[in-house]
Write a protein that binds this ligand. Structure first.
Ligand code: GRF
Length: 202
């Protein structure tokens, strides 16, 4: 039986699309059963509609406190009975209720080689620092900003003349491949987390 993925998004949704495409093949081992966002009107939601995947939007604006928003997001996810939640360009930090429900089975993708350059501007920060190699990281979500245990990483060269956009596009090519491969292995082989060490497989 295929694992149930709920994917949370905030933007363009190319990582989501890569997961949807991979899941077309039954051998992949996972189905995207729902897509959630923190804002309406984004391309990622169009991609979900196009693929006939149910969507939900839980915006911070329509909740009195961040805690209430987190509870509503948790409940919206729970209704789809996920085996694994994937934050694919989801631009909000999840809080205690969410982590209580889904801790250890929620992954995020970040466009830098953590622990270097966490946060919203990972690509720009790496470029400004002058690194020659950067990349992307799939990590287990914890209560910090991109601090969780690392599941997988891929490196990407920085080219002379890169700006934030050209570098991010190169990273995103690697990122989509890494996310699809890593989520696939996790759902097919299982995973365990021991402190900071993540192991895929029995
Ligand atoms: C990705 O690079 C993700 O790591 C970052 O934002 C980008 C989202 O891209 N946080 P997309 O929406 O999947 O196209």
């Amino acid at each position: 039986m295929s694992a149930r993925l709920v994917v949370l998004v905030s933007g363009e949704g190319t990582n989501l699309q890569a997961l949807i495409d991979a899941a077309q093949d039954e051998a992949y081992g996972a189905d995207v059963v729902a897509v959630g966002s923190d804002r309406p009107g984004i391309k990622a939601l169009d991609r979900a509609h196009h693929a006939n995947i149910p969507t939900f939007t839980v915006s911070t604006k329509s909740h009195e406190t961040r805690h209430k928003w987190d509870e509503a997001l948790t409940e919206a996810c729970r209704q789809h009975e996920p085996d694994l939640i994937v934050l694919a360009g989801f631009m909000k930090l999840v809080g205690e209720p969410f982590l209580k429900a889904f801790g250890g089975r929620c992954v995020n993708t970040h466009p830098a080689l953590l622990p270097s350059f966490p946060g919203t501007h990972g690509v720009r920060d790496a470029l400004d620092h002058g690194v020659k190699v950067t990349g992307c990281t799939v990590l287990i979500v914890d209560d910090g900003v991109d601090t969780g245990p690392i599941v997988a990483q891929a490196s990407v060269p920085v080219h002379d003349g890169d700006d934030e956009e050209t570098l991010h596009e190169r990273i995103k090519v690697a990122e989509r491949g890494l996310l699809v491969a890593t989520v696939g292995r996790m759902v097919r082989e299982g995973w365990s987390v021991d402190g900071r060490k993540v192991r895929i497989g029995p």
